[in-house]
Design a protein around this ligand. Sequence first.
Ligand SMILES: Nc1nc2c(ncn2[C@@H]2O[C@H](COP(=O)(O)OP(=O)(O)OP(=O)(O)O)[C@@H](O)[C@H]2O)c(=O)[nH]1
Ligand SMILES: [Mg+2]
Length: 255
Amino acid sequence: MARNLYFVGTAGSGKSTMVYAFQLWMNSQGLDCVTVNLDPGAESLAYAPDVDVKDWVDLDTVIREQGLGPNGAQVAAADMLALNAKEIADVLDTFETSYFLIDTPGQIELFTFRSSGPAIIDAFGRDDSAFVYLNDPNLVRSASGFISSVLLSAIVQFRHALPFINVLSKSDLLSEEELERVVKWSLDPIALYEALVADAATPKTLLDVEFMQSMETIGVYRRLGPVSSELMFGFEEIYNQVQQTFEGGEDLSKD
Ligand SMILES: Nc1nc2c(ncn2[C@@H]2O[C@H](COP(=O)(O)OP(=O)(O)OP(=O)(O)O)[C@@H](O)[C@H]2O)c(=O)[nH]1
Ligand SMILES: [Mg+2]
């Protein structure tokens, strides 16, 4: 049974690059996978997806034919994807593979808040799905930005209710010191709390602390695994978490 891994994150967080890099890494380990582009607006992808939704819905065509602006067209294109979900799923069924690596639209809200996200997940098979959530290093490098990123990922988790692997994308852009600090924050809420209150407490700091405490309570606060598609680093850890999610840690796909 093939598993569906959805790569989700804010615009420019590195989803497309990571899908390609993860494919290269999997292939280097003798693991089979198929790449799927779900972004009707994707331009000049660094990789050639095995399945491309642009064959069904293309953003430029929607803009031209429906006379919409770029944002309205993104929404219309996302909704049109939902209508084609079953047909795309039938194409996926023709592949014999262990993993579908699925690149989602740049604007996270399209996949999270429009009906197309859940419709696609259902059509592709909800039981065999997990999210790889990319946290942008530019956001998480400050304590307050870190909380914002956790909150955003909590919204995505809440909306989709699927297994969730939390990664720190483009970790090569952080200095060694920053990287160590951010990973520590993700393991130790007290360290994050201390960083937050290190500056003079403002009403916003208090809000951040309140948010952080509730995130911890509801269990969406979790370790960030550093990854770099540039340096081909961190993929084994993602893969191990994927294995744990689906097989309880046992690597069945190499047999
Ligand atoms: N330094 C560094 N840059 C990266 C890495 N991954 C991606 N990038 C760069 O980040 C930018 C955005 O990468 P994409 O893979 O297009 O990100 P995306 O999330 O698919 O973007 P949208 O689909 O447009 O939202 C590009 O300039 C990439 O070259 C990485 O691991 N390290
Ligand atoms: Mg992309």
